[in-house]
Design a protein around this ligand. Structure first.
Ligand SMILES: [Zn+2]
Ligand SMILES: [Zn+2]
Length: 556
C-alpha cells in the first residue's frame, strides 16, 4: 500500500537569522510553522522590516489550516500581523506565545481575522489532516515548543528554537523523553533542527547561571542605582534580575513600552513573580535612594529610540544617568546590531556610567543549543533524514556535518535554502520544485512596494548623491528657452562650487546644440538622454563621482 506524499516548504529562516517560516503539506492542506520577521541589514536603506515572501501562501490561501507558532519571538511570529491582512486562519501556540503574539495583531486591528488556539505541554491534537504533538523545549522565552507532525509519511520532528537547559529558571525542561519515545516507537522520518549555534562548540550555559552572576553584581554595586537591559520577552532573565534586586531590598521599575506590557502579561499569567510591594512606576524612582532602585529597561540591542539608547544620549524623559549609576547589559548583540550596541555603550561611558556587558561578565546565556546539545538531540531522535533549519548558510552546513558525524547517512542529510521544498514519499525524501522566497520589504505602511529597484536608487543616492538638470526646449527649433538649471544634493555643495556648476551648464548647452543641429523635430525622450549623458560624462571626468543624474527636459 502506498501513502500520499507529504511536503515541507521553506519560506524563510534557511540562510539567514530571522523571518522563520515553513509550511507542512498533508492531503492538500497547509499548516504554517512560524511566520517571523527579520531586521534589515545596514545596506537595506530605510527598510523597517523584512518578511517572508507571501506569494506562494497567497496563491494557496484557501488551503491554510492554521499557523503553529513555536514560541513568542518576533523572528517566529512577527510576520503574522502582515499575512493576516490578506488571509484569515487560526494561530496555534502556548498561552504565553499567543499572549505575546496578540499584542501586535491587536495593534494592527486584525484580531477578528484569526482565532487564537491555546495548546498545552505534551498535548497531541488534530487540526484537519494534521496530527500535531507539542513538546516542551527550553529557550530564551518561556513556553516554547518543538512540534511533532505525525503524518502518513512518518513523523516530522521540528525542534523550534531550543537549548538543553538542565536547570531552567521555571524547572520546565526540554522533554527529551518524549522525543526518545517517538524515536523508539514510530521512528523520526525527518528531523528539522535549530542551527543558530551549530558552529559553536560545547554546551550552552544554563540560564540560572546568569542569576548567580547578577546576584554578585548587585552585591558589588551596593548603594549605586542599577539599570539593567534585556529582551522584553526574556521573562526568565527579568525574573532573575528582579530576584537579585529584591534580595538586596531594591524596588523594581520597568522602562520601555514592551517591557511594561510583557511584565504585566507574565505576572497576570503567573509566569513572573514580582510582589506589588517591590514594583514602582518609573516616574517614582528619581526620588528614591539610588541603592534602593533597579530599573529593567528595553534597548539591549541598541535599537534607535529605545529606552536605553535615549538614556545613553541623555535624552530620556524618565531617567537622567550620572556617574553614580551602573548599567548592566544582560544581553548579547544579535548579528547586525553590534555597532548600535557599541555606540550605546560609548554614550553611557561618556556620561561616566559604569557599564557591565557580556564581554566583561557572564551576564548573558544564549537561548540556542550548541554542538554538544545538537548532537544529543540527533542521538536521541536518530532521524532517518535530516535538514538543518534556522541559521545562516554556514550554520546549516555545520549542523549537516554534525548530523553525519552522528550517523545520519550523508545522502539523507539535505541542506535546504529559502524557497526549497521537500517531498516525503514512500521512496524517501527529495527536493521538489521550489517556490518564490525573496525578501518582502516593509517600509512605513507599505509592504512589498519597495523592491530591489528602489533600494538600488537609495544606495546610489546615499553614496553619491543626485544631480538634477532642468531645461526648457522649443521642440520645433531645438532652442533652449530656459535653463539649464542644475540642482544637486550630495555631489558638491552648490554654493562652494559655482564655477563647476557653470561649466556643467555650458556642457549641457553644447550637447543640446550638437544634438539639435540640422534636425527638424526633437523628441523629449532623446533630448533627455543627451542631457543625462553630457552631465554624467562631465561629472565623472571632473570629480570621478557617479551621482544619480535626473534630466528634466520640458517643451516650451
Ligand atoms: Zn529564532
Ligand atoms: Zn527564539
Amino acid at each position: 500500500m502506498t501513502s500520499a506524499p507529504v511536503t515541507v516548504t521553506f519560506l524563510g529562516g534557511l540562510g539567514e537569522i530571522g523571518r522563520n517560516c515553513a509550511a507542512i503539506g498533508v492531503e492538500g492542506r497547509i499548516m504554517l510553522l512560524d511566520c517571523g520577521l527579520m531586521f534589515p541589514d545596514a545596506d537595506m536603506l530605510g527598510i523597517d522590516l523584512v518578511l517572508p515572501d507571501f506569494t506562494w501562501l497567497r496563491e494557496h490561501g484557501d488551503r491554510i489550516e492554521g499557523c503553529i507558532v513555536t514560541h513568542g519571538h518576533e523572528d517566529h511570529m512577527g510576520g503574522l500581523s502582515f499575512l493576516l491582512r490578506d488571509l484569515s486562519f487560526p494561530i496555534i501556540g502556548s498561552a504565553l506565545t499567543l499572549g505575546l503574539a496578540r499584542n501586535r495583531i491587536e495593534e494592527a486591528g486584525l484580531l477578528d481575522r484569526t482565532e487564537l488556539v491555546v495548546v498545552g505541554d505534551n498535548e497531541r491534537r488534530r487540526f484537519g489532516p494534521f496530527d500535531c504533538e507539542f513538546i516542551p523545549v527550553t529557550h530564551s522565552v518561556p513556553h516554547g515548543f518543538a512540534t511533532a507532525f505525525h503524518t502518513p509519511q512518518g513523523t516530522i520532528l521540528h525542534t523550534g528554537d531550543f537549548k538543553l537547559d538542565l536547570t531552567p529558571v521555571d524547572g520546565r525542561l526540554t522533554d527529551l523523553s518524549v522525543m526518545g519515545a517517538i524515536a523508539q516507537n514510530e521512528g523520526v522520518r525527518l528531523l528539522l533542527s535549530d542551527s543558530t549555534n551549530a558552529d559553536q562548540h560545547g554546551h550552552s550555559r544554563s540560564e540560572t547561571s546568569v542569576g548567580k552572576v547578577l546576584h554578585e553584581l548587585f552585591n558589588a554595586h551596593a548603594g549605586r542605582r542599577i539599570i539593567t537591559a534585556c529582551f522584553a520577552s526574556h521573562i526568565h532573565r527579568i525574573q532573575q534580575i528582579a530576584d537579585a534586586a529584591i534580595s538586596f531590598d531594591r524596588v523594581v521599575a520597568t522602562l520601555g513600552m514592551s517591557m511594561r506590557k510583557n511584565v504585566r502579561l507574565a505576572r497576570e499569567m503567573g509566569l513572573l513573580r514580582i510582589p506589588d510591594s517591590h514594583l514602582r512606576d518609573i516616574e517614582d524612582v528619581e526620588d528614591l535612594a539610588p541603592g534602593k532602585v533597579c530599573v529593567i529597561s528595553t534597548g539591549s540591542q541598541g535599537e534607535t529610540m529605545s529606552a536605553l539608547t535615549l538614556m545613553a544620549a541623555n535624552e530620556s524623559r524618565w531617567l537622567k544617568l550620572t556617574p553614580d549609576d551602573t548599567v548592566i547589559l544582560s544581553s548579547h548583540p544579535i548579528p547586525g546590531n553590534e555597532m548600535n550596541v557599541s555606540k550605546v555603550i560609548d554614550g553611557l561611558v561618556r556620561i561616566g556610567v559604569e557599564v557591565v556587558h557580556s564581554g566583561l561578565e557572564d551576564v548573558h546565556a544564549t537561548g540556542h543549543a550548541k554542538q554538544e546539545e545538537l548532537k544529543t538531540i540527533l542521538s536521541i531522535t536518530r532521524p532517518e533524514w535530516f535538514t538543518p533549519v534556522h541559521g545562516e548558510y554556514r550554520h546549516l552546513v555545520s549542523h549537516a556535518r554534525l548530523a553525519e558525524q552522528m550517523g545520519v547517512a550523508a545522502d539523507h542529510v539535505l541542506v535546504c535554502e529559502d524557497g526549497d521544498a521537500l517531498v516525503l514519499d514512500d521512496d524517501g525524501v527529495r527536493k521538489g520544485p521550489s517556490v518564490p522566497a525573496g525578501y518582502l520589504y516593509v517600509d512605513g505602511s507599505g509592504v512589498g512596494d519597495v523592491g530591489h529597484g528602489v533600494l538600488r536608487d537609495r544606495r546610489v543616492l546615499a553614496e553619491e548623491g543626485v544631480v538634477v538638470v532642468i531645461v526648457t526646449v522649443d521642440v520645433k527649433t531645438g532652442a533652449i528657452i530656459t535653463g539649464p538649471e542644475i540642482i544637486t544634493r550630495g555631489w558638491v555643495h552648490a554654493s562652494e562650487a559655482e564655477g563647476l556648476l557653470d561649466e556643467c551648464r555650458h556642457e549641457v548647452v553644447q550637447a543640446l546644440k550638437e544634438a539639435c543641429a540640422g534636425k527638424s523635430t526633437h523628441d523629449i525622450e532623446s533630448l533627455q538622454k543627451v542631457v543625462r549623458r553630457a552631465t554624467g560624462r562631465f561629472v565623472n571626468d571632473r570629480t570621478k563621482r557617479r551621482p544619480m543624474i535626473v534630466p528634466v527636459v520640458m517643451e516650451a
